[in-house]
Design a protein around this ligand. Structure first.
Ligand code: FAD
Ligand code: NAI
Length: 475
């Protein structure tokens, strides 16, 4: 086997494997080195996203949402059931089956595209050499005309509440529980905290979410945050804001978490704890010290807008570099870098990366929040439309939440779209496309939407921005 490649990629998560496939499509010889090891010792491609992130979490969110609907919404449709039983082992098997199919799919795609997949650890040396050490094997040297670093991210630890892989776990551990905890403490009310907190709460756990910030989901539009916080509360999620966790004591009756807020010190006793206080770049021992790749103070590899590092022909993409830690952001960077290496024109539009939180209500957004637009000084108008007036949402028994569009006053440019409600993650795609093509609110107003669909809420919100919504009272 040749040890010389046009491109060597380190990491086969959604950033690395996509870069590898795209580079191969463009006619380059590619090796993709990945060291992912599952808890049962098996190896698989796909990184955090496929093995321990996006995919398994969405599988459990879907199953647990069905449990919730069966318990709380079927009756409204006139459907009676006996007591709803949860077979967690079966639910976990379904999840594992989906993960296996998708990770196996990456191996098949590597084969079809003639990407040389290599399972083991990669380390960048000087002069575009990569030391590859297979699991339990001897190191060998690969060389690439280009090297793409895509080693992703790992969970941040909380010194006061260290992981023990049994009762105090990270998000991966929380996807693997084999019994529903009676009382679950979630430290960090961000994306993972809300998604995994929702899973276990729907399956029967009493969930308390301890969030250090005073504002709920501080990064999203405030109007959407207020609306969703109310809905989570109604579902029974106990979200405590401004709560800084400062210790955990293990006793016979559980784990006693202590936290301080502006009223003083408090304690809460739980059986399991998920620590999800953010993730950090996985750059430890990724390169030989004197190979010169610069990282910032938090360990992110420094790159320009085109994902070039400071070392010629070394690129870095995905969670390892600045920007949101999202699978699709990493994948698009992978495509861009492969294109640029092949001499093609390519870019990532960082202003139109959608975010989705897969809770119920689902939350999705693209572009600026109203607060950010206000701060920018640009004159703007806002259109909102509530799912309570949307026929399809009513038929689905999911008529809560809203769509909000923010557009510029002078030229009608869409600046941000924010959705809380059914299928928000699917609906946001229309807004992303609109913004990608620099559409105006009027363009959305003139676009014909099927009836009755959830997408009509987006149409009506665009109309509302000019006080011409049909199914709502305008200002
Ligand atoms: P990773 O997916 O982390 O992959 C990096 C790969 O590199 C891994 O396989 C790792 O083993 C390997 N590696 C690391 N170092 C080396 C080395 N030295 N040698 C060889 N291999 C190495 N994002 C979304 O967009 N949507 C979601 O719904 C979503 N849900 C999530 C849910 C959870 C619970 C978590 C934890 C994350 C979620 N994310 C989601 C975030 C998403 O998983 C990441 O943004 C994405 O996986 C980053 O891709 P990546 O390729 O940069 O890194
Ligand atoms: P996060 O950054 O979303 O949330 C972490 C939260 O923990 C923050 O709200 C922070 O204020 C809080 N926090 C920090 N220290 C704390 C402390 N000591 N006590 C209490 N709260 C504390 O990070 P999270 O949820 O760990 O997820 C990591 C990343 O993974 C996300 O930023 C996201 O990019 C990605 N992800 C994406 C998903 C999606 O797209 N649907 C799903 C899950 C994860």
């Amino acid at each position: 086997m040749s040890k010389n490649f046009d491109v060597v990629v380190i990491g086969a998560g959604p950033a690395g494997y996509v870069a590898a496939i795209r580079a191969a499509q463009l006619g380059m010889t590619v090796a993709c080195v990945d060291d992912w090891k599952n808890r049962d010792g098996s190896l698989s491609y796909g990184g955090t996203c496929l093995n321990a992130g996006c995919i398994p979490s969405k599988a459990l969110l879907e199953s647990s949402e069905l449990v919730h609907r069966a318990k709380h919404e079927f009756a409204a449709h006139g459907i009676g059931t006996g007591p709803i039983k949860v077979d967690l082992a079966r639910m976990q098997q379904r999840k594992a089956g989906i993960v296996k199919q998708l990770t196996g799919g990456i191996a098949a795609l590597f084969k079809a595209n003639k990407v040389t997949g290599m399972q083991g650890r990669g380390r960048l040396l000087k002069n575009l050499k990569v030391e590859f050490t297979p699991h339990g094997g001897k190191a060998e040297i690969l060389s690439g005309k280009n090297v793409i670093l895509a080693s992703g991210s790992v969970p941040m630890e909380l010194k006061q509440v260290p992981f023990d892989d049994e009762n105090t776990v990270d998000s991966w551990g929380a996807l693997e529980f084999d019994a529903v905890p009676r009382r679950l403490g979630v430290i960090g009310g961000g994306v993972i905290g809300l998604e995994l907190g929702s899973v276990w709460q729907r399956l029967g756990a009493e969930v308390v979410v301890l969030e250090a910030m005073d504002d709920f989901l501080f990064m999203i539009d405030r109007q959407i945050a207020k609306d969703t916080q109310r809905q989570f509360k109604r579902q029974g999620l106990d979200i405590r804001l401004g709560a800084k966790v400062n210790g955990a004591k293990h006793g016979k009756s559980g784990i006693k978490l202590s936290y301080v807020d502006n009223k003083g010190e408090h304690h809460v006793e739980v059986d399991k704890v998920i620590v999800c206080v953010g993730r950090k770049a996985n750059s430890v021992d990724l390169f030989e010290k004197d190979c010169g790749v610069k990282t910032d103070s938090r360990g992110f590899v420094e790159v320009d807008d085109e994902c070039r590092t400071n070392v010629a022909n070394v690129w870095a993409i995905g969670d390892l570099v600045r920007g949101p830690m999202l699978a699709h952001k990493g994948s698009e960077e992978g495509v861009m870098v492969a294109d640029l290496i092949a001499g093609e024109i390519s870019e990532v539009n960082y202003n139109t990366i959608p975010s989705v939180i897969y809770t119920a209500p689902e939350i999705a957004w693209v572009g600026k929040t109203e607060e950010e637009v206000k701060k920018s000084g640009r004159a703007y108008k806002v259109g909102t439309f509530s799912f309570a007036a949307n026929g399809r949402a009513k038929a689905m028994e999911m008529a809560a939440g809203l769509v909000k569009i923010i557009a510029a006053r002078n030229d009608d440019e869409i600046l941000g779209v924010h959705i809380a409600g059914p299928m928000a993650g699917e609906l946001i795609a229309e807004a992303v496309l609109a913004m990608e093509f620099s559409a105006s609110a009027e363009d959305l107003q003139r676009t014909i939407h099927g009836h009755p669909t959830l997408s009509e809420a987006l149409h009506e919100a665009a109309l509302a921005a000019d006080d011409r919504a049909i199914h709502a009272i305008n200002k």
